[in-house]
Structure formats: C-alpha cells, structure tokens
Design a binder for this molecule. Sequence first.
Ligand code: NDP
Length: 471
Amino acid sequence: KEKKPAEGRKHQNMQNDTKVSQGQWGRAWEVDWFSLASILFLLMFAPLIVYYFIMSCAQYQCSLTDPLLDLLTGNKHLSDIWNSTSTLTYRAAVIYSLWVTFQVVLYLFIPDFCHKFLPGYVGGVQEGAITPAGVVNKYEINGLQAWIITHVLWFANASCCHLFSPTIIFANWIPLLWCANILGYAVSTFAMIKGYFFPTNAKDCKFTGNFFYDYMMGIEFNPRIGKWFDFKLFFNGRPGIVAWTLINLSFAAKQQELYGQVTNSMILVNVLQGIYVLDFFWNEAWYLKTIDICHDHFGWYLGWGDCVWLPYLYTLQGLYLVYHPVQLCTAHAIGVLMLGLLGYYIFRMTNHQKDLFRRTSGNCRIWGKKPQYIECSYTSVDGTKYHSKLMTSGFWGWARHFNYTGDLMGSLAYCLACGFEHLLPYFYIIYMTILLTHRCLRDEHRCGSKYGKDWKRYTAAVPYRLLPGVF
Ligand code: NDP
C-alpha cells in the first residue's frame, strides 16, 4: 500500500506507534554517554553562563576576563562578586508576574484579528504538523497581534502616559533574571510531573528512564492546559520573543538617558533584531512546522531556555551598547546593515522556497523555473509507504541548510555592530554557530534514518551543508 503525504489524515493508522516509527521524531529513546554528559554539563553550567555574562556587564563593564582575573589573583572572592549582585526584589517579582500574566491574557483570550485585515498574513486557528501518535493539534496563532498590542502600549507609555520609565527593564535586569529563572525551572518541573501523571497525550510521551535526560529534553511532546494553552507555542514565542524587542528598546532608552543620544550601533541592533522578531511572528503559523514544534519535546531545554537563555543572551548586544556606546563610522554601519539585510533575505527566501515547494508538491516556480527534486519514500512501522520530495533547486541546491547560513550572517551582523573591543557581544554568533551546526547534524541524522538510500542520493546531489565548497 502506498500513499501520498497530502492525502488527508494519512497518519491516522500510526496511532498505535511503537518506538520504531516514533524514532523518526524528536529526541532519542535511549541515552548515550555523550548526550548524558552534554546534558549534565548544560544543566549545571547554562544558568552560570547566563549569570556570568550579565554580572560581568553589571560589575565589569562587560569584560569577560576581568572577573576571572580578579578571582585568580585573589583580588576578589566569589562571595564579593555574589554580594555585589542585586537580589530578587518585590518590585521585579511584581513586574515579571504582570508581564507574564499579560502575555497569557493576550495569548488565550484575544482571538487573532490581524489575519482579517493584513493581506498575506496567516493567523487565527491553524493546524500543526502531525505528531508521532497521529494527532494534529490546533493552535490559535495570535503572536503578531500580541506583539503589536504590547509595543503600542509600550510606546503609548513612553510618549504620553509615563506610568513607568522605558528604562524599567534595564533598571531591574538582574532581579528580573531571578524571576525568569524561577519561571523557567517551575515550568520545566511542572512539565516533567505532568508528563508522568497527567499528560495531554500519553502516546506522544517519551521516557528514557534517565531522570536528567527526561528533565532536560522533555517527556511530553505537546503539553497543554485546557484546549488552547500550548506550552511550546506560548513559551517559545511569548514571553521571550515578544520581550526581545522591548528589552532592546529599554536598552536604547538607557543609552539616551546616560549619554543624551542613541548611537547608530544601538539603532542597528534594534532594527535588525526587530526585523527578525517581526518575521518570527509574521510566520508564526509556519513555525508550527519547524523542528522546535515538530520534533522537540518540552523540557528544561525549551522551558528554561525560552524564559532565561533567550531573553538574556540574545539581547547581549543591546546590553553591551549601554556600557559601551559605540558610534560606528558610516562605512561600518552600512556594512553591518547590508550584511544583516542580506542574511535576513537568504534566511527568509530559503525558508519560503521550501515552504512553497512542499505546499504545492513541487508545482511551483523557484527562481523562474520548475524546481528539481529527488523523489523519496519512507515507511512507517505498519508497513505503509509514504512519498515525499527533497528539492535540489534554488537555495536548497546550493547547500542543504542555507537557511541556517542566512541566519548566521544576520547573527554576525548584530555582533559586528558592537565594534571589536570586547568578546561579549560576539557570544551570539559563537552560540548560533554551535546551535545551528548541531541542529544541522541532528536533522540530517533524522532525515538519514527516515529516507535511507534516498537521503544518500540527495546528499550526493547537494553535497554541502552550510557553505558551498566548504562545509
Ligand atoms: P528546516 O526549516 O531547515 O527544516 C528541516 C526539515 O526540512 C528536514 O527535517 C526535512 O523534513 C525538510 N527538508 C530538508 N531538506 C529539504 C529539501 N531539500 N527539500 C524539502 N524539504 C527538506 O529546519 P528548522 O526547523 O531547524 O529551521 C527553521 C528556521 O528557524 C531556520 O531558518 C533556522 O535558521 C531558524 N532557527 C532559529 C533559531 C534561533 O534561535 N534564532 C533556532 C532554530 C531555528 P521532512 O522530514 O519533512 O523531509
């Protein structure tokens, strides 16, 4: 029996999946030592890394080496650094609680209206990809609306209401870090308990038996509370990504307050990252089909990562520029802008080409021509054979993950906006290179086991992963 992927709910017969078919999705069933060691390392050190970066800005003008030198030379003790760190405050707890509650309200109680008047925007109730257990979840896509409402209120406050200062985020940055950590750990722990005792869909749970692996990589695939509160969609986009642009605006406001002007580097960081954030929300429905939502389970990696890692480390450039108000020469600024826009263009066009190709089953035009592709097939555990296509035209003919390459070019542009004095703002490009290279290998491993010899034909036709001729 053979079926085409577009045929309705083709995977209904996968309801009684076993490990074999589920192996195509998400995280592993069994933990190898390397994965376990990496996970233990991250669980122990990721919160320390975030603390170290934020502390070195607050106490050492964003120097990453000075705190270490102080400690090594005995100039300071760990306790000195810790005692100089702001603690959790009542004010920060109130701000954070109000912020998260506000985002929950926007997410749950205000159905999308943007898709009614924005041409080309896909919002409202949308279906996600099929889960390993054969479930197709429905999502209320209203992130763009939440982002717009939040930012309109922010600008209304900054320009006329003056209920709070736009520097409020910067002023409470470390106390808010403790709040974000509390939420990150609380939500990951809750997700773990929920996975054991009251999962949304028991067939979409994975248990390895290793506590740390399960905690980190998650048990449930799509944990939900009620019909609509989806943990992955909420925590992935809000509060973290909606906050991203607000955090940058708060840093810009602080620069204005401190130096009487906002530097061109700060404007570049705000604009380029703003485009990336807006792109995320404009394409929120499309993100339902990306690896985060389609393959990853919800654990500490996503829960804590979305609450702490993303808002604190993705915004390091803006934070750095508060302490080092870099004013770029025109050529440097234009170079950064061009690199950022080119990176964004490649990122978006590559993703768009695949989306168009898959939506139309190859009946489309890529760069003015009918796309070329490799026919491939895969078999589910019940023996049903499915067909799919891997495109070898457009950016997908240049490299197997040219969308990641575009993303990396954009990431490099944010860092270059900060000049060359310190390493700290370059953390983002280093991290993104590791993240996307690892993701590339992870995805290829999955595709290799899914498509078998067809994947080999594809990798022979498109031999490079990220950079044609290099890698
Ligand atoms: P992709 O959008 O690249 O999707 C990979 C999947 O696409 C594969 O598993 C395969 O799925 C299918 N595919 C692979 N090759 C082809 C081909 N030639 N033709 C058609 N389909 C193909 O990966 P992600 O979901 O990771 O990334 C989405 C975007 O999000 C990227 O642009 C990435 O840069 C960005 N991103 C940003 C992050 C950040 O923190 N800023 C983090 C992660 C991602 P199938 O099984 O259907 O064949």
